[in-house]
Ligand binder design. Sequence first.
Ligand code: HXC
Length: 256
Amino acid sequence: MANEIKTEVRDHIGIVRLNRPDKLNALNYVLMTQVIEALEQFDADSDIRCMLLTGDERAFAAGADINEMADASMIEMHHRNMFGRWVRIKNLHKPIVAAVSGYALGGGCELMMCCDIIIAAETARFGQPEINLGIIPGAGGTQRLTRAVGKAQAMDLILTGRMITAAEALAMGLISRVVPAEQWFDEALKVCRELCQKAPVALQLGKETVAKAFETTLTEGIEFEKKLFYMLFATDDQKEGMRAFQEKRQAIFAGR
Ligand code: HXC
């Protein structure tokens, strides 16, 4: 099987790099299998505290691989269920930071939206151009984009297929931070290093609770938050964090 990604561990960060540079990291079946499996392995590794998902300078990913889908019939697409597997990314516990440079289009934008914190180069470009291919987003784009930016902007992007700049994406709430072009990877790594200093269980429950906001009513979400908040008082890290505050020192979190 071709190696369509590169993985690396730096300190406690599991890095997954899409690696089809000559195809702008277009997401083919093998690449997505490898991405999902690598993220799951990092998620299960007790030495890893967060993941960093990235592409290269020219593209995070320019979408699903059009050549893989072009001649498929409806029945084939249904049986392949290529995008059904993406729910496994949503089910990961540890935070995922996306480092984006260049294009994040179609499935690339959808993959980016599966991440928790999105750091983008000021030169990055975003969009859901599927309409120009006679299709619509198929890996959560219509749902995640609408939740991220609201109906008016999501309709505009999905129905016109236009590309937007990083500044526009930031203003809409699609991404977390915009950084100078040459710093996109280092800044994302810096965010990961900061996450590595936090209490791991609190990080995971924080992620789970924010994600819950998209799945539930306000009352149920607040109830869920309260239970997870109380749960954290069973961790050593809560005791360490509060004791460190009282003793005016830096907390050292062990992940227990
Ligand atoms: C397959 C792709 C690709 C894609 C780029 N390439 N995007 N191959 N699938 N999505 C390939 C090109 O064919 C080309 O290969 C090489 O990458 C470089 O791309 P160019 O087009 O030559 O580069 P450029 O002129 O700079 O244009 C960049 C671009 C354009 C504007 C991003 O490549 C483009 O419009 N790409 C398609 C974007 C798109 O429609 N994405 C949505 C896909 S559908 P060769 O071999 O010719 O050098 C989708 C559905 C989601 O994502 C469903 C759920 C996942």
